[in-house]
Design a protein. Structure first.
Length: 456
């Protein structure tokens, strides 16, 4: 059969080219031109593979209230943190993308989930383009779960994978990874931007038509994107990021998109010699190694989706030995650190001008919400004056450019988690702070009050 005609289209502006070029002629973007197939039009198919009947010209489309509703069914994997991040389990007919750096543990997590799904009566096909079935067996032998019932396939051609899934009548198909899969409709090599988009599109159509849930693995590139283009994230239903330092034992599974649940949920796993183990109480784990009586340490409560998590912020201000003082931030936006240092110097009469400043968030957590500003400032001031912050205090609040302290949202849930772990006081804005029993509020209106409280 003759191959379908293909065009070269820019992923940024959509400009078409007669052949591949390094720079788009339309918008000037580099390395944005990808090959895409031009397929013949086919009759639309309804879910389940049946051809949809063409609507007559005089018949209007149905109204939303006339559409029949069906209950949302989820398949529980048996890994509590994985199910929590997904919103309760895998939705049939959905497509899930799990991204992360190579070696972080994505394949181990999915093989464990596949084993538990098989034990629950679901048929799973694990298609790997990076490992042979023999290598998968060696990986499975190290796990605590019995993955012997999982169907395995060492194949990179998309059409063969879809055919094997149909033959096995698989409920769940795992593709590891999408960068190794190619389609016969394109002549480009696997991993090419066009191949990744085309294979993802075909897998999405297969999932919607057959009701099979498809889970694909995508490695994170140097630019921070999954499998190259961001458009891949718009195709799928759910996007998960697997994060963490390879040298640490803990892994963080974060949701950035979920059509069937809330986003920004966080699941915590511990990497052991027998696979990944869910951590049901992340706050206690993150604060387990915290030492009392050490300056430069402050605790804050973050909202990761619907779950409050307590983390420790550490800071070190030391005299600069040469040239321009350093500003190093780990787990925090360096620009946000620069803003907080400027506010402390201008509004609170403190000086970090001749000091090297180092700030890090423990356990590999990232501070993305402004409610952690007060904890960062408290850690900096504690290190500056070399005086430890009170051990039973958490810091919660946003710092404005004028030095004012503003309240954070969902304070009641944050404080309830803090009270459960033994914290009895909260430093934060006196306005709009919903207290919980057992936690006393130390109201602050300005950063100058924070300086006086920590310098005393």
């Amino acid at each position: 059969m003759a191959k379908a005609r293909s065009v070269y289209r820019c992923t940024e502006c959509g400009h078409e080219h007669a052949k591949w070029v390094g720079r788009c002629e339309g918008c000037g973007a580099w390395n944005a031109v990808a090959e895409e197939p031009v397929l013949e039009r086919k009759a639309a198919r309804a879910p389940g593979g049946r051809r949809a009947a063409a609507a007559s010209p005089g018949e209007p489309p149905p109204r939303l209230r006339e559409v029949a509703t069906t209950p949302l069914i989820r398949w529980v994997t048996g890994l509590p943190e994985f199910d929590f991040v997904l919103g309760g389990g895998i939705v049939p007919g959905s497509m899930i993308l799990i991204g992360g750096e190579p070696g972080i543990g994505k394949s181990t997590l999915l093989l464990q989930a596949a084993a538990r799904l098989e034990a629950a009566g679901r048929t799973v096909l694990y298609a790997s383009g990076e490992e042979s079935p023999d290598q998968l067996r060696l990986r499975a032998d190290r796990l605590s779960e019995d993955a012997g019932a999982v169907h395995v396939l060492g194949e990179t051609r998309l059409e063969a994978i879809v055919g094997a899934a149909a033959a096995a009548r698989a409920d769940v198909v795992v593709i590891d990874s999408i960068q190794t899969v190619y389609s016969d409709t394109l002549e480009s090599a696997p991993g090419n931007v066009g191949q990744v988009r085309e294979c993802s599109g075909q897998l999405m159509r297969f999932a919607k038509e057959s009701g099979t849930a498809v889970v694909v693995v995508g490695h994170v590139t140097k630019g921070g994107g999954i499998a190259g283009p961001k458009t891949l994230e718009h195709i799928v239903d759910t996007v998960l990021y697997f994060e963490g330092e390879v040298t640490l034992d803990y892994r963080l599974l974060r949701t950035t998109k979920n059509r069937f649940g809330s986003v920004d949920e966080l699941g915590v796993f511990s990497m052991t010699e027998h696979g990944l183990v869910a951590v049901p109480n992340p706050s206690a784990v993150f604060l387990a190694a915290r030492a009392d009586g050490i300056s430069g340490s402050a605790v804050t409560a973050l909202m990761e989706g619907t779950r409050p998590v307590l983390v420790e912020v550490q800071a070190l201000a030391a005299k600069s030995g040469y040239g321009t003082p350093q500003r190093v931030a780990t787990g925090l936006d360096p620009k946000r650190l620069a803003v907080l240092l400027a506010v402390l110097e201008r509004r609170a009469q403190t000086s970090f001008a001749d000091l090297d400043v180092f700030v890090q968030v423990t356990a590999g957590v990232r501070l993305t919400e402004p409610g952690a500003d007060l904890a960062v400032a408290a850690a900096l001031l504690s290190s500056l004056y070399n005086r430890p912050a009170p051990a039973d205090v958490i810091f919660l609040g946003e710092i404005g450019l004028g030095g004012e302290i503003r309240p954070s949202g969902a304070a009641e849930r944050r404080l309830a988690e803090a009270a459960r772990l033994g914290f009895r006081r909260v430093f934060g804005s006196a306005r709009g702070m919903a207290l919980v029993p057992g936690v006393a509020l130390v109201g602050l209106e300005h950063v100058e009050q924070l300086v006086r409280a920590l310098a005393a």
